[in-house]
Design a protein around this ligand. Structure first.
Ligand SMILES: Nc1ncnc2c1ncn2[C@@H]1O[C@H](COP(=O)(O)OP(=O)(O)O)[C@@H](O)[C@H]1O
Ligand SMILES: [Mg+2]
Length: 466
């Protein structure tokens, strides 16, 4: 098996036999096929897995939290008893910020990035929290132990979640557990197993073949002076439960062998496709980018230039995207919008002040109608904060800089608006959004993670200026 086949043991009810099932199934699978790597971990905080499998007494350095904090799964493994490898438990897993923030696909992504093979078994808590959802999302097979009618009713939420995530209902299987075979009923369903199975089928749920009986011997396996939990395979050989587990493990192994497309393979392929799309989008954005400063025309992508802070800008219709040199843009702002008569020297503290405050601002330039009604004869300059709230606005009459250009060469401001928002074919509401970037100019604003906020403000501003 190239990718792991993932089995999640889940039920919103406690005490139905999840942990007993997860731990013992791991041992029976290993006993059936010694070559098969079997990995086990639990999102519960009772440390049963650690108590059952740890060789020696010293806890390892890693634990299940690593699955959410960027570790590779194979780095977290501890070699355990009975040939089963396990990832140690963590008492405060749900309190970790990484777990709180995690999407449902976090665990699946971690497994997809790793090299685990064979079978992975995940024991979960009796709640449908983020951790359980992660375990369900990653699963090829979900086994839901049910011991009575209420635990069967509880399955609905699990089914609903799986359906919402595109996980086939067929991946889910109920397993009647803790069945007291001494109790007999009159009528067509003679015992609790038959009755539960009938209920399940009636509700459209599939079941594993067989069941796990309630056995006093099994119950006693986790209470002993050594504080260990003993497996059914080694300490409950004489019981029916031993035969039931052997049968169950065989079923699981057959299903795993017959599984043509693993969930983790799907996730891995999906991630690879996403990555390709991202790279393509980045390449397209890079190709579209105007390579020179839109104000002075100077080249921006020389080696050492790449690291300087500049301003990224993009028209609201996406036609033009490019950069403005730091000093070019601040010169414009000082001259036209702050009405500064004199040239501001590079050493003037005003520049530093502007540079610093610009970090939390978005600037917008657009053509606007003047008060006297002449169409598009003004340039409106807006400043917004990080959330897209307007801080200030100023309007400059276009003739003010147009006339200069008629007599002499084009002014820098004219160059900028000509390249972006001026022109016959430009939509009326088109504006230029400008944002200071600190990362290298060639990639800074082009990466998805940086663009999200920029696009958000673009939409907010577009709605405001409409
Ligand atoms: N087949 C069984 N026969 C008897 N007792 C069992 C059996 N399976 C589990 N138990 C006991 O039932 C209790 C709950 O089991 P556990 O596996 O911890 O359930 P869960 O993980 O769903 O809370 C434990 O005390 C366990 O020893
Ligand atoms: Mg448990």
């Amino acid at each position: 098996m190239q990718n792991p086949y993932v089995i999640t043991i889940s039920s919103e009810k406690g005490g139905v036999g999840k942990t007993t099932l997860a731990t013992n199934l791991a041992i029976y699978l290993k006993a059936l096929n010694e070559e098969l790597p079997v990995t086990l971990f639990s999102f519960d905080n009772h440390f049963s897995v650690d108590r059952m499998f740890r060789i020696g007494k010293n806890p390892g350095r890693n634990d299940v939290s690593g699955l959410f904090t960027g570790n590779r799964p194979e780095e977290l493994l501890e070699i355990g008893e009975y040939g089963v490898q396990f990832i140690p438990s963590n008492r405060r897993l749900e309190e970790l910020p990484e777990v709180r923030k995690a999407g449902f696909d976090r665990l699946a992504r971690t497994l997809a990035a790793g090299t685990l093979q064979g079978i992975v078994i995940i024991d979960t808590r009796p709640t449908l929290d983020t951790l359980t959802r992660n375990a369900l999302y990653a699963a090829d097979r979900v086994i839901i132990p049910v011991k009575d009618a209420p635990s069967l009713e509880n399955c609905k939420n699990l089914y609903d979640f799986c359906e919402s995530q595109g996980i086939s209902k067929r991946a889910l299987r109920l397993l009647p557990c803790l069945i007291d075979s001494r109790i007999r009923y009159k009528g067509p369903f003679t015992d609790a197993y038959q009755l539960l199975k009938a209920y399940a089928i009636n509700r459209g749920y599939r079941c594993m073949e067989g069941y796990i009986a309630k056995s006093p011997k099994v119950e006693s396996l986790n209470t002993n002076p050594e504080g260990r939990i003993y497996p059914i395979l080694t300490h409950g050989r004489g019981t029916n439960v031993h035969l039931q587990f052997s049968h169950l493990a065989r079923q699981v192994l057959l299903a795993a062998k017959g599984c043509e497309r693993h969930r983790i393979t799907e996730v891995r392929q999906h991630l690879a496709a996403q990555q390709r799309q991202r790279e393509q989008a980045l390449m397209q954005r890079r190709e579209r980018l105007v390579p020179d400063c839109l104000i002075c025309g100077g080249p921006l992508f020389e080696q050492e230039k790449d690291a300087t802070a500049d301003y990224y800008c993009e028209t609201s219709d996406g036609r033009i995207s490019g950069y403005l040199e730091e000093t070019c843009f601040s010169d414009l702002v000082f001259r036209y919008f702050y009405r500064s008569q004199k040239e501001i020297a590079p050493s003037n503290p005003l520049r530093e002040l502007f540079r610093e405050s610009a970090q939390r601002s978005y600037f917008v330039m657009r053509l606007a109608a003047a008060k006297n009604g002449f169409e598009k004869s003004c340039l409106a300059f807006h400043r917004f904060d990080d959330e897209g709230l307007e801080i200030s606005q100023k309007t400059v009459e276009i003739k003010e800089f147009e006339s200069r250009f008629l007599h002499r060469e084009k002014t820098k401001l004219y160059r900028l608006i000509e390249a972006t928002v001026l022109g016959e074919d430009v939509e009326e509401n088109c504006f230029l959004l400008i944002r200071r970037v600190d990362s290298p100019a060639s990639t800074g604003m082009l990466l998805d993670e940086h663009r999200a906020a920029f696009q958000q403000v673009m939409t907010t501003v577009a709605n405001k200026l409409r």
